[in-house]
Design a protein around this ligand. Structure first.
Ligand code: 1CP
Length: 358
C-alpha cells in the first residue's frame, strides 16, 4: 500500500484543524463497482453472510484502500443490521433490495419493540470493526456508521425500500404520530448504543445516514428526524484514547435545513450534490466542517471531466486549510469504472495541496 502511515488528515479536517490537503473518501466506496468485491460477495454466498462474517467484512472494507489513496476506511456493513437485531428479519430478495419479514405496523409490535444490546445481537459488527482497525494499523482512520432513527423507521414500517414514497410510514406519521415517536425513541437508543459499541471496538469517527429525511416537510423533519439525530449525537462517546471522536450527519435532500442540522451537536455535515458548498460554508460560518458533494454520476464520465468537476467542488468550498472533507453527494454507482475513482482521489489531493501552497 502507498498510504503514508498515521494518516489522520480526515480526523483533523472534521475537527477543523489545519491539513496539508483536502482528505477524501466515498460513500459506498466498497461495493459492486469493484470486481474484487463481487468476488468476495460470491464467496460469502449472500450480502448478509458477508456482513455477518467479520473476516470477509474486513476484506471488503480494505479493498478500496488497497487500490486508491483514500483517507478513510468505512466499515463494511449496513444500516439495516440494527432493525435486524430488533428481530424484524432482514433479507435481500434477488435484485429487489432489502426486505423485512416482519414489518412494524401493529400497535402491539411497536409497544414491544426494544433497543438491542449491540454486544450480543450485533457482535459481528463489533468484531469486524476490531479486525479492520487492527489490519489498518493507523494507515487511515476507520469510520463507524448507523442509519438515522427516521431512515431506519422508513424501512421498518414499509418492510423494504418503499420506492421512496413511504405510504405506510407517512400514513402513520399523520394518523398516529405517537406510534412513530415510540419507534423513533427506541431507534435513537439502539443507534446510539450501536455507534458507541463501534467506537469502543475501534471506530475513530461516527457517521449518521439520514437518507430519507429530505422526504419530509420542514416541520416534520424537525419533529421526526432531527430531534432524534440530536438525541443520538448527545449520547455518543466524544473522546477515546485521548482523541476526540468526530461525528458526521448526512441528510440527503436536507440543504434547506443546513443551519438547524449544523446545530445538532455534530462536528461535520454531509451535503448532497444539490447544495452549493460555498453558500453552505457561509451559512454555517465555521461552526461545523462540511463533507461532500460531487454528483456520483460525474464518476461515469471521462477522467478529464472528473478532474474538472472535482476542482469545481474544491473551488466552490473556497480557500483555507481545513473544514472540508471531499466526498460524493451520495453513494458510488455500481456502473462506475474503478479507475475513475483513482483519478478522482488523486485530483482532489493534488489540486488541494497546490491550493494550500498559494
Ligand atoms: O452487494 C450487494 O448487492 C449489496 C449492495 C449494498 C452494499 C454495498 C447494500 C445493500 N449495502 C451495502 C453496504 C453499505 N450500506 C455501506 C458500507 C460502507 C460503504 O459505504 O462502503 C453503507 C455505509 C451502507 C449504508 C446504507 N444502507 C444506507 C445509507 C446510505 C445510502 O446509501 O443512502 C441505506 C439507505 C442502506 C440500505 C440498503 N442496503 C443495501 C441497499 C441496496 C440499500 C438501499 C436500498 C434502497 O434503495 O432503499
Amino acid at each position: 500500500m502507498t498510504q503514508p502511515l498515521r494518516n489522520d488528515t480526515l480526523l483533523r479536517a472534521l475537527l477543523r484543524e489545519p491539513t496539508e490537503y483536502t482528505p477524501v473518501w466515498l460513500m459506498r466506496q466498497a461495493g459492486r463497482y469493484l470486481p474484487e468485491y463481487v468476488e468476495t460477495r460470491a464467496r460469502a454466498g449472500s450480502f448478509m453472510r458477508l456482513c455477518k462474517t467479520p473476516a470477509l467484512a474486513c476484506e471488503a472494507t480494505l479493498q478500496p484502500l488497497a487500490r486508491f489513496r483514500l483517507d478513510a476506511a468505512i466499515l463494511f456493513s449496513d444500516i439495516l443490521t440494527v432493525p435486524d437485531a430488533m428481530g424484524l428479519g432482514l433479507y435481500f430478495a434477488e435484485n429487489e433490495g432489502p426486505r423485512f419479514e416482519r414489518p412494524l405496523r401493529e400497535e402491539w409490535a411497536i409497544r414491544d419493540l426494544e433497543a438491542p444490546d449491540p454486544w450480543e445481537h450485533l457482535r459481528y459488527v463489533m468484531d469486524a470493526a476490531a479486525e479492520v482497525r487492527r489490519a489498518l494499523a493507523d494507515a487511515a482512520p476507520l469510520i463507524g456508521f448507523a442509519g438515522s432513527p427516521f431512515t431506519l423507521a422508513c424501512y421498518m414500517v414499509e418492510g423494504g425500500a418503499g420506492g421512496g414514497e413511504f405510504r405506510h410510514l407517512k400514513t402513520m406519521l399523520y394518523d398516529r404520530p405517537d406510534l412513530l415517536h415510540r419507534i423513533l425513541a427506541v431507534n435513537a437508543e439502539a443507534v446510539a448504543r450501536s455507534l458507541n459499541a463501534q467506537i469502543e471496538s475501534g471506530a475513530q469517527a461516527a457517521m449518521l445516514f439520514d437518507t430519507w429525511g429530505g422526504s419530509l416537510t420542514g416541520p416534520a423533519f424537525r419533529e421526526f428526524s432531527l430531534m432524534y439525530i440530536q438525541q443520538v449525537v448527545a449520547n455518543l462517546i466524544r473522546e477515546k484514547d485521548g482523541r476526540r471522536v468526530p461525528t458526521i450527519v448526512f441528510v440527503k435532500g436536507g440543504g434547506a435545513w443546513l443551519e438547524a442540522i449544523a446545530d445538532c451537536g455534530c462536528d461535520a455535515v454531509g451535503l448532497d450534490w444539490t447544495a452549493d458548498l460555498g453558500a453552505a460554508r457561509a451559512r454555517v460560518g465555521g461552526r461545523v466542517a462540511l463533507q461532500g458533494n460531487l454528483d456520483p454520476s460525474a464518476l461515469l464520465a471521462s477522467p478529464e471531466a472528473i478532474v474538472r468537476e472535482a476542482r469545481a467542488v474544491l473551488d466552490a468550498f473556497g480557500p483555507g486549510d481545513t473544514g472540508h472533507v471531499f466526498n460524493l453527494g451520495h453513494g458510488v454507482s455500481r456502473f462506475t469504472p474503478p479507475e475513475h475513482v483513482g483519478a478522482l482521489v488523486d485530483a482532489v489531493h493534488e489540486y488541494s495541496r497546490a491550493g494550500r501552497a498559494k
